[in-house]
Design a protein around this ligand. Structure first.
Ligand code: C2E
Ligand code: CA
Ligand code: CA
Ligand code: CA
Length: 274
């Protein structure tokens, strides 16, 4: 027993050491990744379910590590958040999204582009000015820019978040609540905050067809959004039956592998041209 216990401990600490080494290695590489131009924004189309056309897109960050390949945000965004690097990475995302939006404008493509904000970015007092400067510098129409925030951000400090969102609105930029239905917040904040869209989390959509309770949740969210005059985007639509259900219940927009995975900008432009 003693020996078994010892080897289990050794095994455990080796695992821990490897994962913290990997973390440190990633963190160091992340510091250089911005300067080395290793980040890229992929775009995932969002479709209007009535017309079947692309009405907007979500920008999702990817990290192309030389010699290693594409790294997905679930692996490095948490590290960036813990280390504070998310502030710089988040600024790069805003800068790059503004640039891509300007390129789309030049191609006479007027579709909305949304980007993801981490909670700590919302606490950064220089963020609003930064967004404003990049909108102006790129001559983009701010009504084509949208910020995605998760629900949990909204309940932190109501007054501050209310001020933040009002300022975003004043700039002409819109706001979407991401992963809606998965947070810990009460619903009472919804009518009080200047919000434009909610994105139904893909955990409710994925098993939509199999689960009565998920169907009930989606219908409740659609009804609520309708009465609060909020737009709705269903995330994670993978199969035709999910799309059919959403259409039938007047969900305005949807996003998911059924339509397209997130793709590099050039490929997205091809999708737009049809
Ligand atoms: P999210 O904001 O909820 O983004 C949607 C995620 O769902 C994306 O993963 C997308 O590729 C994936 N997805 C889209 N359609 C489907 C589908 O039909 N089925 C399934 N199974 N998945 C689908 P991705 O790109 O790996 O991003 C993961 C998360 O990383 C994002 O979740 C977001 O929280 C974060 N993230 C991505 N880009 C950024 C960024 O620029 N800044 C910040 N702060 N976070 C980001
Ligand atoms: Ca998102
Ligand atoms: Ca989401
Ligand atoms: Ca998510």
């Amino acid at each position: 027993i003693k020996q078994g216990g010892k080897s289990a401990v050794q095994f455990y600490s080796r695992e821990l050491k490897e994962s913290s080494l990997r973390r440190m290695e990633l963190e160091a590489a992340l510091r250089d990744a911005i300067d080395n131009g290793e980040f890229e924004l992929f775009l995932q189309p969002i479709l209007d379910l009535d017309t079947g056309k692309i009405s907007q897109a979500e920008a999702l960050i990817r990290w192309r590590r030389p010699g290693i390949g594409l790294i997905f945000p679930d692996e490095f965004i948490p590290i960036a958040e813990k280390s504070g690097l998310i502030i710089a990475i988040g600024k790069w995302v805003i800068q790059e999204a503004s640039r891509l939006l300007a390129v789309l404008h030049q191609q006479d493509q007027f579709i909305k582009l949304s980007l993801n904000l981490s909670p700590s970015q919302v606490s950064d007092r220089s963020l609003l000015g930064f967004i404003q400067r990049h909108i102006e510098a790129n001559h983009v129409d701010p009504t084509y820019l949208e910020l995605e925030l998760t629900e949990n951000v909204l309940v932190n400090d109501f007054e501050r978040i209310n001020h933040f969102l009002s300022e975003v609105r004043k700039m002409g930029v819109s706001v979407a609540i991401d992963d809606f239905g998965t947070g810990y917040s009460s619903l009472s904040y919804l009518p009080k905050l200047p919000i434009d869209f909610i994105k139904i989390d893909r955990s409710f959509i994925g098993e939509l067809i199999d689960s009565d309770s998920n169907r009930a949740i989606v219908l409740a969210i659609l009804a609520m959004a309708n009465s609060l005059k909020l737009g709705v985007i269903a995330e994670g639509v993978e199969v035709e039956s999910q799309k059919a259900f959403l259409r039938e219940h007047h969900c305005q927009s949807a996003q998911g592998y059924l339509f397209s995975r997130p793709v590099p900008f050039d490929e997205f432009c091809k999708l737009l041209r049809g």
